[in-house]
Design a protein around this ligand. Structure first.
Ligand code: ADP
Ligand code: MG
Length: 682
């Protein structure tokens, strides 16, 4: 950093130790920090036509005083000054509270500029600021800062102004000329100036545009440098699989792989073969056929003389995956085994022993797989399904079960591209963006709760055809606070509704795993036709005979979750249906229901979800890991993000970036982040 900017803020006139103390709470220590402490919003002083102003909006208008101001006192020290005002073609009322001295300053027929809150019903402005005469402030926008202690906006502006006067000349350009010219960006100094003292809207826009690009570029450089570093410093195993065997396995599948599956299989195989460790995210919508891709990968690893592991978040899923993999792979002489926490005693010991001896080729299970007692003979490939349910720590432990095994993370929650390249920027990403041929799209309807009778009649019609139905509720039991359908009550209601004709089962997270298991088995075996459940069935459950999904209070779920739930049906060859029971009050709630009925494409949905919810909420509270940007917004500025990403990729690959003087400042950003020392690596 430039040494002038590295000086403590106390070099500025008016900032003493006490003020510096307050600034330190805002993480402002030196001149650089102060100059880069950007406003979080701007007061908009552009003159506007009242016609366009919403009720309760703050506005600045210019006009002429139409009546002698009248002053009324009430209570102690309270007063109200009001007069009529002609603004453009509107005759309105202006009110000042508790500023009686203004009475003498305001005269009839005089021109004033007034800022205040517009009450459209009363046609009144409650004024907060007054300029006698025309709007001469000359400023359209004034910065508003988030402040602590007794710092005021005025004071802050003054300090920043002083800092800029004295030290602005030392602000160095971080971006190479090439990018400045190419994207016609403001230079850093002008951009900082415009952020604090915008001359107008265009100024502000250009300043923002510059910082958005800069922030994204630096962020992407960090990510990609990390990825390059990871690759080059994480020796993996080069697995020499038996291509002939793989080809035969694929040829003997009951269906041809889709082109997307083929592409992804090739990506995985080439990672397995390479001497670097695979660190890959596989995204594929529900039902896009990830399991068979996983099977090919695991089989490849076994033919190279290694063991494979598949880790999933729930026991039900583990069982289903074990079942599928056994069916697919055992005919080829591969030994697959299931390990969950309900497998105990002698059986467990046997499995663990066989695993250590290398008699088990592929182990499938829940997080039971990562307990200490589990040791592989020669683990080469680890796959986790629904990776977002596992913490980073769990993934690391799993990876360390072998010597640098290749790792593949699978998820059925399509992650919008913008997020994928930010949150998972250090991973390679594969996408299955094509459904197996002949899939019928699930017909989705949005019904009001009053239509329940008709919905149930519809469900009954499907049940009579021999099909089954899921009914999802947001809560397990009645809640005092929320007026929401709960699984226990709905189960009771539906049991009596379908009485003597169909059997209704109940499933929720508070059941023991044995209970869940037995309900799930009964549903799989069609002993239960209607399964009332909370969202525990969200992930992966596969009962192809189920053709109806009814979701109560659907407005309470996010789009991605609704899509996951919907993905429980439509898994067989019959037409399936999803019925959303909802009367959302909010605009976004209604929008969500509409989007659900309009598209079955998980990627489209995830993009919309991101737009509606914002990036912070997308993964839910726990899974944050979201980078924070001062100026940029991943959703709205996604084009800049894409551009920055590809620029970063080019830079990272180029010799000049790592050597030339011109890139010194950008490179130093990477050093700050520890990427170059590899500190961030686990
Ligand atoms: P998911 O990606 O949700 O894990 P699965 O792997 O469970 O999807 O596959 C869903 C269903 O589609 C399974 O019954 C599977 O056998 C079938 N399937 C997978 N790939 C194909 C394909 N290429 N053609 C036809 N059916 C396929
Ligand atoms: Mg799956």
């Amino acid at each position: 950093m430039n040494p002038y900017l590295n000086q403590p803020i106390t070099v500025i006139k008016g900032i003493g130790d006490e003020t510096a103390e307050i600034f330190s709470e805002m993480n402002i220590f030196n001149i650089h920090d102060l100059l880069e402490y950007f406003p979080y919003r701007y007061e908009d002083y552009r003159l506007r036509d009242l016609m366009e102003v919403q009720h309760d909006e703050k506005v600045t208008i210019e006009g002429k005083v139409q009546s002698e101001p009248s002053l009324v006192y009430y209570g102690r020290k309270k007063s109200k000054l009001s007069f009529r005002f002609f603004a453009g073609q509107y005759l309105i009322k202006v009110v000042f509270f508790n500023q009686p001295y203004l009475k003498n300053k305001i005269t009839i027929n005089e021109t004033l500029t007034i800022t205040g809150k517009w009450d459209a019903h009363r046609q009144t402005i409650t004024a907060s600021e007054l300029q006698i005469g025309e709007n001469v402030k000359g400023k359209d926008f004034e910065p508003v800062y988030s402040l602590k202690g007794r710092l005021t906006t005025k004071g802050m502006r003054k300090f920043i102004n002083l800092a800029f006067q004295q030290f602005g000349a030392y602000i160095d350009e971080t971006l190479p000329d090439y990018f400045i010219t190419k994207y016609r960006l403001l230079n850093r100094r002008d951009a900082i100036k415009a952020m604090h003292f915008p001359g107008g809207g265009e100024d502000l826009k250009q300043a923002r545009r510059r910082f958005v690009y800069e922030e994204f570029l630096i962020f992407q450089l960090k990510m990609q440098a990390l990825r390059k570093f990871e690759r080059e410093h994480s020796p993996g195993i080069s697995q020499n699989y038996d291509l002939g065997k793989l080809k035969e396995f694929i040829a003997r599948l009951p269906f041809p792989l889709t082109n997307a599956q083929k592409r992804v299989v090739n990506e995985i195989l080439s990672d397995l073969k390479s001497p670097y460790r695979m660190n890959r995210l596989l995204q594929g919508d529900v039902g896009s056929g990830k399991t068979v891709v996983a099977a090919v990968g695991l089989y490849a690893s076994v033919t190279s003389g290694y063991q494979g592991a598949l880790m999933v978040p729930t026991e039900i899923l583990a069982e289903q995956h074990a079942e599928s993999l056994k069916t697919l792979l055992e005919p080829f002489g591969i030994k697959c085994e299931l390990l969950t926490s309900s497998i105990k005693g002698k059986r467990r010991r046997e499995i663990l022993e066989q695993l250590t001896e290398g008699n088990i080729d592929i182990l499938i299970g829940t997080h039971a797989l990562i307990q200490d007692e589990v040791t592989f003979k020669k683990l080469g490939f680890v796959i986790t399904d629904e990776q977002h349910r596992f913490g980073v720590e769990q993934r690391r432990i799993l990876r360390e079960k072998g010597e640098n095994p290749d790792v593949l993370f699978m998820t059925a929650t399509p992650i919008p591209r913008t997020l994928a390249i930010t949150v998972f920027g250090e991973m390679d990403v594969s996408i299955i963006d094509e459904m197996p041929a002949g899939r019928k799209t699930i017909e989705t309807y949005w019904a009001k709760p009053e239509m329940l009778e008709r919905v149930l009649a519809f469900v009954e019609k499907e049940l009579r055809k021999g099909h089954q139905a899921y009914v999802i509720c947001p809560l397990i039991e009645e809640s005092e606070k929320l007026d929401v359908q709960n699984a226990i009550d709905v189960h009771a209601t539906l049991s009596s509704y379908f009485q003597n004709r169909f059997t209704t089962g109940l499933m929720h997270g508070r059941l023991s795993s044995e209970e869940k298991d037995s309900v799930m088995k009964a549903f799989s075996a069609n002993e239960v036709q209607v399964l009332v459940s909370t969202t525990v069935v969200e992930v992966g459950v596969n009962v192809p005979n189920a053709t109806v999904m009814v979701i109560y209070d659907a407005e309470r779920f996010g789009l991605s979750q609704l899509h996951q739930l919907r993905g429980r049906v439509g898994r067989g060859s019959d037409q399936s249906y999803c019925i959303l029971l909802a009367s959302p009050k909010s605009e976004t709630g209604q929008e969500r229901m509409r989007i659900m009925t309009e598209t079955n494409d998980g990627f489209v949905l995830s993009e919309k979800d991101l737009e509606l919810r914002g990036p912070g909420d997308f993964f839910g509270k726990k899974q944050s890991g979201m980078p924070e940007f001062k100026v940029a917004d991943m959703v709205h500025d996604y084009r800049a993000l894409e551009t920055a990403r590809s620029d970063a990729a080019t830079l990272i690959q180029s010799e000049t970036f790592w050597k030339s003087e011109e890139y010194q400042l950008l490179r130093s950003q990477l050093e700050d982040s520890g990427v170059l020392e590899g500190e961030k690596l686990d």
